[in-house]
Design a protein around this ligand. Structure first.
Ligand SMILES: NC(=O)c1ccc[n+]([C@@H]2O[C@H](COP(=O)([O-])OP(=O)(O)OC[C@H]3O[C@@H](n4cnc5c(N)ncnc54)[C@H](OP(=O)(O)O)[C@@H]3O)[C@@H](O)[C@H]2O)c1
Length: 346
């Protein structure tokens, strides 16, 4: 790429915003030129306002930036959104209407008919419905979303099975990291030595988003996939990484060997953020684990293990992934890369 594309980060002070800024440092195609957040942050120098929680230092090109207020004109073509869902819907609509390509981590537009909900290794064909959005956002802008963080982990593990054997039923229990609640998130007294068996709206997201992602694009709309999911979501005292225990019933008979073989079928998209392996299967029944597998594929690989027969449904397994990389910021960057490579940006 001759000249890097200017990108902005909405919600730049939050957990996802910080991860976006950290991952975008030295990106071969993108240059962070704007950071924006609420009125409380606007006008302040980024390094002075942010409570930086990433291990590496704030990128040199960002630390002296003045935070803009969401709604200001921004010198960027792509806007990555890590906005709180209480405000993301309206702000993302505003920027799409102003001609920006908005790549969102928030739930607000995921189920909107003409907004693609994308994991590019699975459903990049759904990017085509951006053309429907271009009719309502006349300046060429659009919104693309990535799924909920635990949904991404589960869906990447299930997709090869869905494609090869079909799915009839899925039951999933999650053990989700504290960082999934943003910063400061869950109070320490509520989570140290504890499990909280409720995460607002999480079960609904895990039960509906996969049906859109596995759906078929037909003309102007996506026909949802036809299987049922039941999700039970728990917050656990793990800093980063969501673990999902998944039981599933297939439509066609499958063998353990055939399922494991299917995990290697993902095509490599050839994008800067594509991991070498989308899924990594472990023969060791005690894997994956957050402390061992968080950074597999630089946080973009979903790790799977312990596939075995289930006494209730057909099979069960464990899938694990980094919630703010593969589950959020890295997922959004991968979507943006796909859009650029495939000339969706005007
Ligand atoms: N954490 C995860 O693992 C994860 C994974 C997938 C998706 N998500 C989703 O990503 C989004 C961000 O999550 P997070 O965990 O990063 O949350 P967070 O740490 O609470 O950050 C929220 C961000 O939104 C900004 N904001 C709040 N009110 C605003 C307003 N009125 N106008 C403009 N900006 C405003 C905040 O800016 P100020 O500092 O100025 O208030 C902050 O930058 C959420 O929708 C979440 O559901 C999170």
């Amino acid at each position: 790429m001759e000249k890097k594309i200017n990108v902005g980060v909405l919600g730049c002070t939050g957990a996802v915003g910080q991860k976006l800024i950290a991952l975008l440092e030295n990106h071969p195609w993108f240059e962070t030129t704007e950071v924006a957040a609420s009125e409380n942050s606007a006008g302040q120098k980024y390094s002075e306002r942010v409570n930086w929680k990433e291990a590496k230092a704030i990128p040199e090109n960002v630390k002296g930036m003045t935070i803009k207020k969401c709604g200001d004109k921004l010198n960027a073509k792509i806007l990555f959104s890590g906005l709180d869902s209480s405000v993301a819907g309206e702000i993302e609509d505003y920027y799409a209407n102003e001609g920006y390509a908005v790549i969102s981590n928030s739930k607000n537009h995921r189920m909107t008919g003409d907004v693609p909900l994308i994991i590019p290794e699975i459903n990049h064909s759904h990017f085509e419905i951006i053309n429907i959005q271009r009719k309502r956002f006349s300046k060429g802008g659009f919104i693309v979303t990535n799924p909920n963080c635990s949904t991404i982990v589960m869906v990447l593990a299930l997709y090869p099975i869905y494609k090869n054997f079909g799915l009839e039923k899925v039951i999933v229990s999650t053990m989700q990291a504290i960082s999934g609640a943003g910063y400061p998130g869950v109070p320490s007294l509520d989570i140290i030595g504890n499990v909280v068996p409720y995460i607002k709206d999480e079960e609904e997201k895990m039960q509906t988003e996969p049906l859109k992602i596995f759906g078929e694009l037909e003309g102007d709309k996506i026909n949802f996939a036809d299987f049922t999911l039941s999700a039970m979501c728990n917050r656990v005292p793990v800093q980063n990484g969501h673990t999902t225990s998944i039981s599933f019933k297939t439509r066609k008979p499958a063998t353990k060997e055939a399922i494991i073989k299917s995990f290697n079928e993902y095509e490599h998209l050839g994008l800067p953020f594509s991991p070498e392996k989308v899924l990594q299967y472990f023969d060791d029944p005690a894997r994956p684990q957050p402390t061992l597998d968080l950074y597999n594929g630089n946080g973009m690989t979903v790790s799977v293990g312990n596939l075995r027969e289930c006494n209730v449904l057909d099979w069960k397994m464990t899938a694990f992934g980094h919630n703010t990389i593969r589950g959020a910021a890295g997922a959004a960057i991968l979507n943006a890369e796909y859009l650029v490579k495939n000339e969706y940006l005007k």
